[in-house]
Design a protein around this ligand. Sequence first.
Ligand SMILES: [Zn+2]
Length: 117
Amino acid sequence: MKLIDIIINNAEKGILITSYCSSCKIHIWPPNHYCKSCSKKTGFRKINRKGVLLEKSFSNLPDLIGNYGVGEFSGIRMIGSVDPSILPDDRISISQVGIKDNKLNLEFSKIKIKRLK
Ligand SMILES: [Zn+2]
């Protein structure tokens, strides 16, 4: 079974994982059987669903019209759909994990910061 199929199977259950090097303690995306830094075999690990939005842009591709953002989670960068109100540097979470055309389809939401009264 291919790495991406294992990741997709988990994503279908709402679990977001990717390759992980336990020597370097880094998540690897796109997934790879071997760590690019130390060449050791990788395992799997969950991705922390809280991160930061790095970039946002509008897609005009017919299948993907809308706002998309690049978020950083667990040190890796992933693309997801975003609400127009989200801005770069906002703290975000991966609120939806789904599959579309056998690819990961993520949705990011802004994390609302609770203010102390
Ligand atoms: Zn490594």
